[in-house]
Design a protein around this ligand. Structure first.
Ligand SMILES: Cc1cc2nc3c(=O)[nH]c(=O)nc-3n(C[C@H](O)[C@H](O)[C@H](O)COP(=O)(O)OP(=O)(O)OC[C@H]3O[C@@H](n4cnc5c(N)ncnc54)[C@H](O)[C@@H]3O)c2cc1C
Length: 262
């Protein structure tokens, strides 16, 4: 884990309100594990410093990239950074997704900007399929954000809410349809809205597939000190059978069958 200033090399809008920011950093590039994130200290231009967690989207030849969607004041201010400007960064943070043996097929289930951590996996792992759901075609990020990653069309299943691309409907329906025919030797990694991941965990359970879900919680410090981002995780050794775990430090990735969804 490093705390340092990086120099922005690129900060470009790839689709409406979706940006890729990249910077060169050998130490972070060599240290990062799939599914980890960084905490950015973003200057909003009015003297306020806003800390925001953003996943590591991709790493290639010491170049680290982040993919983010402009939602509120933090990401809006981030989108204003220009090439050559400095940004304070803490990371890589969190546990990330586990390493999986090559004989297992990894089913990546992404909802919207939840696609962000998956590029690095698609680059490094051979045996994967992507189930990618978003609102409409304007949010499709695979070409804009991941242009140099090789994949076959059969590896990708797309759903949109309005049917403007892929199949109309929920990405979890596509996942279920696939598992109905092929549930052997699979493992699921998922990132997206909690409501989608809860469904992913249910489907994984139904087909006896282990799932790992990257939870998104509001975070303060990002290193487990403030306890601002907790999730209820099963633990049979505790009197109530569960405990609070810190999403930033113990997660953000947890096994789907261990999460208690309130
Ligand atoms: C581990 C982790 C990794 C993350 N990785 C990424 C990433 O790779 N790319 C990325 O774009 N974001 C990522 N996020 C989310 C990101 O950190 C911000 O929380 C989010 O972008 C909004 O920040 P903001 O300051 O722009 O909005 P805020 O000012 O915090 O919020 C503005 C408004 O938007 C609502 N809002 C906030 N967050 C969301 C949301 N996620 N969906 C819908 N409404 C929301 C709030 O309720 C509020 O009303 C990650 C979060 C975590 C915990």
């Amino acid at each position: 884990m490093f705390l340092k200033n990086i120099v922005v090399e690129k900060n470009k809008e790839v689709k409406s309100d979706h940006f890729i920011m990249s910077f060169k950093d050998k130490e972070i590039a060599e240290d990062v594990r799939k599914g980890q994130f960084v905490e950015l200290k973003i200057n909003d231009g009015l003297g306020n410093l806003l800390r925001k967690p953003i996943s590591i989207h991709d790493v290639y030849e010491n170049k680290v990239s982040l993919l983010y969607k402009v939602i509120g004041k933090g990401t809006k201010a981030l989108s204003k950074y220009k090439k050559g400007e400095e940004l304070s960064i803490l990371g890589p943070l969190g546990n990330g997704f586990p390493n999986i043996a090559d004989d297992k097929e990894i089913l990546l289930v992404a909802g919207g900007i939840g696609f962000a951590p998956f590029s690095l996996i698609m680059r490094e792992v051979k045996n994967w399929k992507l189930f990618y759901g978003f609102r409409d075609a304007s949010e499709f990020l695979l070409e804009g954000a991941t242009s140099d990653i090789h994949y076959e069309n059969e590896q990708i299943f797309i759903t949109t809410d309005n049917g403007s691309m892929g199949t109309k409907g929920f990405v979890t329906d596509k996942l279920e349809e696939y598992l109905r025919e092929n549930s052997q030797n699979k493992i699921i990694f998922s990132c997206g809205p909690n409501i989608m991941m809860k469904k992913v965990a249910e489907i994984a359970n139904q087909y006896n597939v282990v799932s790992y879900l990257s939870l998104e919680e509001y975070m303060g410090c990002g290193i487990g000190v403030c306890a601002g981002c907790v999730a209820k995780i099963k633990n049979p050794d505790k009197p109530d059978g569960w405990e609070f775990k810190k999403v930033c430090k113990d997660g953000p990735v947890f096994r789907g069958d261990e999460i208690i969804w309130d």
